[in-house]
Design a binder for this molecule. Structure first.
Ligand SMILES: [Zn+2]
Length: 1015
């Protein structure tokens, strides 16, 4: 039954099914025995894609002194154990490891492995490149990493091997969006190991460890997923670990032995099974027989489990009702479904995760912020490279694959989380840097293809990407007297009024002209002192040349010509006006007469915002500053001695400390941008700025570090904004993996009574893109971030995001190192951005929902900037080159996000379009959107479009999920179900016009040909 998705066959899907009929055979699940307690043994290994050792070291089993773990031996050993006995089963999760091993096997062995897969003896579970983190992962990257692994399984083993169960046994808390994505990927169920300890005890007592998760407030039953909490983390019951890494006794079954232990061991086991059954509602239970990197010598496990099965089941003749057998999660799920029971439901998420009263795993939401920022930037870059490769029909280039693989590895629950050892983190950086660098070359090649073939050598000049723009440094722009700036916009809609910042040396003026040769206003803005003093910074840039790119076309680029000029008069006009307040007076910075920022006369901190409404100035009281929590020291002996560390956030006390009573302030004004530079200390500063863009926001570019620790106190830095006169009653909102918004209530959990003994850490939630509050009279505010962070609202009107952490103690959850990042012999420095918005900033035709979603999309996917040095005069450049180009014929609707465009199998393209609004979130935009696929692209004509599930490993029409009866059906989701219609009802409409409902993602495989229209 659980395999009926392919029992009907997928022979029609040429793209997916390469295998003969044999793959489509229905493997058998042991159905168990009615009236008995049926125990499903699930033999598994948990193989981290990097943690204490690098992914390569784990694969080969290097550095055994750190951890005895070698994945190649696990797969060797398991496959031979499975081939020896057809009753044995095994599941495997991480495609990043599996396909390395697969590529090393002989064709003969590969055939045998295919047989094991076909017969359901080796089953792929989850099947992503890794088992991704759910707290710090962004949905775009999660979908990509799942697609990467699942497509490899499809290509290699055919659609019959499609994983149907999601297996998130180790991630530190579980997001609702992840469950929703799994459901949309066609998974039938999800199992995990970690949830709040009190939540687990309650569920155990109420037999509610298994439930139906109604995982979206918008998508109805399309996002329902059966979810089970595993009984024992993901390990075996106590006393029954037979691995070479374990110390439990084997089954000693020769009756002549003095140490014969069968009776004893069988009784122990039956007791363990009965104890476990107390927490579960059905007469089927699952036992995870495995642990981290288990089965390197798998005969130890199998030999003892074989015996255990034989001896335990033999007791049935004496009246025992325990029946045990080899199984898999999908067979277990099938048995639960067949039990025809009614299940409880769940509509919130499983954050934050506390493993005891003082161990909230909320530190990792922020740990290693530079890594988190780099991953987010790389995601944007990967999307752009995939788009460009698609539009120019460059196919699945190995350079692109490298970046995809690196990004897949980065989503692992010890990678993006910042919970790997430093040496492993260095390896992650190196991997991602390699991937990005190779993809740069691919993009450079693509830009070349878009240029006309000119005989001059100039045409061969390749663009340079400046990876150190985040420290205001770029060798080319600093040294070249004349250069071209190319901006590629990865959004499916034009990017209007985008601020461009180019690092340049001092005392030099530059003229900027746009793609048509028109002069563009520009301004020279000094680089802040703390940036100039960055450890390791090697740059002559003391200024940034700032100008506005009026319009960058969708999936396209535009170019600017930048040239040094000796004109001193021009230089004067380009200079910013710099104001350093001399007296103690309240500072008011005006922006276009309609917006004022007011800074306190003593502290120089923001204390009010004035905004013009209906001809009058309205004042909003708001304070903003950076503060720090002292990280709890501790030896981790007993709950109360837990230290704040890579996983755990545990402040020593509930109030954060101030960095300085008064900040130094400089105001920089000019035609293009107004900036307020504030310095708290040598290690904390910020630039607050407002551009004259088409959406207003107050940008806060923060620079934190090196965090001083010579006082032996670890520090965790926050940006805190406090709105006065705003009653939020402990309620705030955070995004789930960057998509749907969840309500959070201080010191409250929806499904159990919280006894919060960590008043700060227990209220921290993952923020992947935004934290919002809703005040009186419809006032709304949001703080958007450029990377994943932890955040909360601990008091009325508060918004708080943690930006950096430097700690001196390990929290004793395995990593064995304090989170004390250094670079250039000092504490690591991080530069990032927050965007502050509030309802009054919404422009005409755009409400707050529209403001936060549109800005969120822009923050997530800024234009990709590259540089080319040139000796051509501006006029020749303009006449010679293609200075503006778009891959789209027209903009996508404003409420549609182009999520994926990537080269797919056999010259096809994979396209995902997403409705980026929730129901009722925005008056103008929460309506269905339609897109015409046929004429979407400028250079490609779409010949056919096949709709797939979200993972693109099954035709959408072939998707079929189990039916589950639920106890308390959530009323709103039922309503939604009738609004959006059934999951499988929306085929591609007549022609190529498709409709998207709020929050819907639709995935298509497109066959395309070069468009004749434009050539
Ligand atoms: Zn793990």
């Amino acid at each position: 039954m659980h395999r009926n998705g392919f029992a009907k066959g997928h022979l029609g899907i040429l793209l997916l099914s390469y295998l003969p009929l044999a793959t489509l055979l229905n493997p058998t699940c042991n159905p168990g025995k009615p009236g008995m307690l049926n125990v499903h043994f699930v033999c598994h290994t948990h193989d981290d894609v990097g943690w204490l050792k690098t992914v390569d070291q784990y694969y080969y089993g290097a550095k055994s002194s750190i951890q005895r773990a070698g994945v190649q031996y696990i797969l060797d050993s398991v496959v031979s154990a499975l081939l020896e006995d057809p009753t044995r089963k095994f599941i495997y999760v991480e495609s990043a490891f599996f396909f390395r091993w697969w590529d090393e096997q002989t064709p003969e062995l590969q055939e045998k492995v295919k047989m094991l897969v076909d017969e359901g003896r080796l089953e792929f579970i989850n099947g992503g490149w890794c088992m991704n983190d759910e707290g710090a992962g962004h949905y775009n990257a999660i979908i990509d990493q799942m697609t990467l692994g699942l497509s490899k399984i499809n290509e290699t083993f055919g659609s019959g091997a499609r994983p149907t169960v999601a297996w998130q046994i180790d991630p530190f808390g579980h997001s609702r969006e992840q469950a929703s994505l799994f459901a949309q990927m066609g998974f039938d169920g999800l199992f995990f190991g970690r949830l709040d300890h009190d939540d687990k005890s309650n569920r155990w007592a109420n037999k509610e460890l298994e439930m139906v998760w109604e995982a979206s407030a918008n998508l109805g039953k399309d996002a329902w997923l059966f979810t089970g909490v595993l009984p024992n983390g993901y390990g075996p019951p106590s006393g029954f670990c037979f691995d070479i890494l374990c110390n439990d006794d084997p089954i000693m079954d020769d009756p002549r032995l003095r140490e014969y232990n069968v009776d004893n061991r069988v009784e122990q086991f039956i007791k363990a099974a009965q104890t476990q059954a107390e927490g579960y509602a059905a007469n089927h239970i699952i036992m995870t027989m495995g642990e981290d990197f288990n089965y390197q010598s798998s005969e130890m496990w199998y030999k003892n489990l074989d015996k255990l099965i034989r001896y335990v089941n033999a007791r049935q003749q004496n009246g025992s009702n325990v029946n045990v057998f080899y199984s898999t999660p999908s067979c277990y799920l099938d048995a639960l479904n067949k039990a025809n029971m009614t299940w409880p439901t769940k509509t919130d998420d499983f954050f934050p995760y506390a493993s005891n009263n003082h161990s909230y795993w909320t530190g990792y939401f922020t740990s290693r912020p530079t890594l988190k920022g780099f991953v987010r930037q790389s995601n944007n870059f990967l999307q752009a490279v995939k788009q460009i490769s698609s539009l120019l029909e460059m196919g699945q280039d190995p350079r692109l694959e490298r970046l995809k693989n690196a990004m897949g590895v980065m989503q692992h629950h010890d990678a993006i989380t910042g919970t790997a050892k430093q040496a492993v983190t260095d390896d992650y950086y190196a991997r991602l840097t390699e991937g990005v660098t190779e993809s740069f070359n691919l993009v450079a090649e693509a830009y070349g293809k878009l240029q006309p073939s000119v005989p001059e050598a100039e045409a061969k000049v390749t663009p340079v990407f400046c990876p150190l723009l985040n420290e205001s440094s770029c060798t080319l722009s600093e040294t070249s007297p004349s250069f071209i700036v190319t901006l590629y916009n990865p959004l499916g809609k034009p990017r209007m009024r985008y601020p461009v910042r180019v690092p340049v040396p001092k005392d030099i003026a530059y003229k900027v002209t746009d793609h048509q040769g028109n002069a563009v206003a520009s301004q020279l803005v000094p680089v802040p002192e703390n940036v100039l003093n960055l450890p390791g910074r090697k740059s002559s840039a003391e200024f940034e040349l700032v100008f506005i790119a009026d319009i960058i076309p969708p999936l396209g680029f535009t170019q600017f010509f930048v040239q040094r000029t000796e004109n001193r008069l021009f230089y004067k006009t380009q200079q910013s006006k710099i104001i350093v307040p001399q007296t103690e007076e309240e500072l008011t910075v005006k922006f276009k007469e309609s917006l004022l920022l007011v800074f306190d006369k003593t502290t120089h901190l923001l204390n009010a915002i004035g905004i013009e409404e209906g001809g009058e100035m309205k004042t909003l009281k708001v304070n903003q500053t950076y503060l720090w929590y002292a990280g709890m020291p501790g030896n981790n002996v007993g709950e109360k001695n837990r230290a704040s560390g890579a996983y755990i956030f545990r402040p020593n006390g509930t109030s954060p400390f101030t960095i300085a009573d008064k900040v130094n302030i400089t105001i920089i004004q000019g035609d293009v941008v107004t900036e307020i530079h504030q310095t708290w200390s040598s290690w904390m500063s910020q630039v607050m700025r407002i551009y004259d863009g088409d959406l207003l926001s107050i940008e806060m570019e923060w620079l934190a570090g090196p965090i001083p620790v010579d006082d032996h106190i670890g520090k965790e830095i926050i940006n805190r904004i406090v709105w006065g006169d705003t009653s939020t009653g402990g309620t705030f909102y955070t995004d789930s993996n960057g998509r749907e918004i969840l309500q959070r209530i201080k010191d409250y959990r929806e499904t159990w009574t919280l006894n919060n003994q960590e008043p700060v850490a227990g209220n921290y939630y993952p923020v992947n893109s935004r934290l919002m509050i809703l005040g009186k009279n419809g006032f709304m505010a949001a703080l958007l971030s450029d990377r994943s962070q932890g955040g909360t609202s601990l008091d009325d009107g508060h918004m708080e995001l943690m930006i950096h952490r430097r700690l001196l103690h390990d929290d004793s959850f395995g990593v064995g190192e304090a989170l004390n990042e250094e670079a250039f012999g000092e504490g690591l420095v991080v530069r990032g951005k927050h965007h502050l918005i509030f309802s009054d900033l919404a422009p005409p035709g755009c409400d707050f929902g529209c403001l936060q979603r549109s800005l969120g999309e822009r923050v997530m996917m800024p234009p990709i900037m590259s540089f080319m040095s040139t000796t051509l005069p501006q006029q020749t450049w303009k006449e010679t080159y293609n200075t503006q180009w778009s891959g789209l014929q027209q903009s996508l609707p404003l409420n549609v996000h182009l999520l994926t465009l990537e080269p797919w199998l056999d010259g096809t393209l994979l396209l995902r379009l997403e409705h980026m609004y929730e129901l009722e979130e925005s008056n103008p935009h929460s309506k269905p959107a339609t897109v015409d696929l046929k004429d979407m692209f400028s250079s490609l004509e779409v010949i056919s479009a096949e709709e797939m599930n979200l993972a693109a490993n099954q035709l959408k029409k072939d998707g079929k999920q189990y039916h589950w009866a639920v106890g308390t059906s959530h009323p709103s989701t039922n309503d939604i179900d009738s609004i959006t219609g059934s999951r499988y009802g929306d085929a591609v409409d007549d022609g190529f016009t498709i409709t998207l409902q709020p929050m819907e993602i639709r995935t298509f495989v497109l066959m395309v040909k070069k468009s004749t229209k434009l050539h």
